[in-house]
Structures are given as C-alpha cells and as structure tokens.
Design a protein around this ligand. Sequence first.
Ligand code: HEC
Ligand code: HEC
Length: 230
Amino acid sequence: MKPTLIFLALATLASLPALAATTEHRAAGIESKGYKWNKPSKELTKALKQKGDPEKGKIAYESCRGCHKADASGRPDAGYPQLAGQHVTVLIKQMIDVRTGHRDNPRMHPFIEADAIPIKDIPDVAAFLSSLPVPTTNHKGEGKDLEHGKQLYDKDCANCHGEAGEGNSKDFYPKVAAQHYPYLYRETMDIRDGIRRNANPKMVKLLKKYSDEDIAAVGDYMSRLAPVQN
Ligand code: HEC
Ligand code: HEC
C-alpha cells in the first residue's frame, strides 16, 4: 500500500470512536455506584401519564418497520426483538432508556433520539404495538434441555416475569413468552454480564450464578411459552 493510502486508512480508523462518542450519550447505569433501577426521569413520567393513541402510533411507527417489521414480529437473526403485544409500560421505559442513554443500542438510537421522534409520539407507538397480536412463529431454541430450563425459570424468574411468561405491566416486567430465542439468549447474557445497563439488580444477582448452558436452557424454555395476548 502507498504511504498516502496507509495514512488515509489510519485517519479513517482513528476518527471512528470519536464519531460514535458524539452521536450517543451514555447515562450512568448498573456499573455506577448508587445505581437505582427505574429512577423516574422527567421524560419517563411525562410519557407514562399520556394516554396513547394507537392510530397515531401506527403512523409514528413507520420509521421502525425496517428493523422490527410492519407486524412488529422482529427479525430474529439480526437480533431485533418482537415488540407486538408487549406491555405499554415496558415499551415506553425501554424506548426512553435507549433515548436517554440508559440502555445502549447504537443501531436504534438514531431513530429514537429527540431529533428523530417527538416525546409525545412515544406513548402512541407503545399503544399501537401493545394492541398487536403476539405472533406465533417466533424462533425457538434447540429444545435439548427444556426440563432444566423450566426448573430454573419457575425457581428464579416466574416471580417477576409470570408463570406463563406474561410479565407485569404495573411493575415494568417484560412479557417474555414467545419472544425470539436468539434475542432472549443475548439479553440474558448481557444482563448477567452487566452490559444491559438498565437491568433490575435483583435479576442480575440471580443470574450471576448462571452458566452459559443455564442461560440457553432458560431462554429456550421462555421462547416456547405460548403467546399471551393482552
Ligand atoms: C436499525 C434497526 C432498528 C430500528 C430502526 C429501530 N430499532 Fe428498536 N431495537 C433494535 C435492536 C437491535 C433492539 C435490541 C437491542 C438490544 O439487544 O439491546 C431494539 C429494541 C427495541 C425495544 C426494546 C424491546 C424489549 O423487549 O426490551 C423497543 C421497545 C424498540 N426497539 C422500539 C423501537 C421503535 C419504537 C422504533 C422506531 C422509532 C425502533 N425500535 C427502531 C433495532 C432497531
Ligand atoms: C425482580 C424481578 C425480576 C426477576 C426475578 C427476573 N427478571 Fe428479568 N427482567 C426484569 C425487568 C424489570 C426487566 C426489564 C429490565 C429493564 O428495566 O430494562 C427484565 C428483563 C428481562 C429480559 C429482557 C426482555 C426483553 O424484552 O428485553 C430477559 C430475557 C429476562 N429479564 C430474563 C430473566 C430470567 C431468565 C430470569 C430468571 C433467572 C429473570 N429475568 C428474573 C425483572 C426481573
């Protein structure tokens, strides 16, 4: 390679982290001292108070369809979760957490930041998504270790996520039944390892003792729970 080309290549590489740092703000999360899960922010409180309009939400959701698909069934191989039928509170919290830098999501951040979508559209989108039927064709795991998965789930997870994986809207606990297995697996690994920085500390503590195989088994079990419609 000619020296000028090498210089250009190095200059391009060197500028990449700087670009990433300026586009996404990173708020303090579970890695910081004094982390308080779900501390109400101004934006979250405001969004939760507003009654969402699913008709308006359908229009605002247009910019999201490329990744999450028109029926909000997601794209399992690309790691895009299914959003259809999720609880309104969960959808709002997760959108605001990505917007404010409490949950890292560099791919989605440009679509949910303040310049891209006004705050008043967020409850509308959540109302639209939660009104959609949960698809039944989600990706499941290998089905090898389901008994072990069920044991772990019933002991450690059902308290919050519900025996049938139905979640709990009042407490912001996500519905996990019939979610895509690759997404469930990656999220659970990220929660255990402190990478999903907005996670509930009680859940993180439970997951600390999980091996990768345990996480695969419990994820597979959750992906096979029957869809729970709202
Ligand atoms: C470029 C692709 C992309 C676009 C566009 C996108 N998202 Fe996402 N979204 C993702 C990915 C990837 C994740 C999972 C992130 C992770 O693994 O933590 C996600 C996660 C979410 C979640 C969290 C789901 C859960 O169960 O916790 C919500 C809610 C969401 N997106 C809503 C939206 C909305 C609303 C829009 C449009 C304003 C949107 N997304 C646009 C890629 C995208
Ligand atoms: C104390 C209540 C609690 C317990 C117990 C709990 N979770 Fe969670 N879980 C949550 C909350 C709250 C969230 C959403 C995190 C956040 O605030 O962003 C979540 C999110 C998740 C997600 C991501 C879902 C999504 O849509 O993105 C997965 C996967 C998950 N939990 C798996 C588990 C597993 C497996 C167990 C059992 C080992 C477990 N959880 C136990 C409260 C709990």
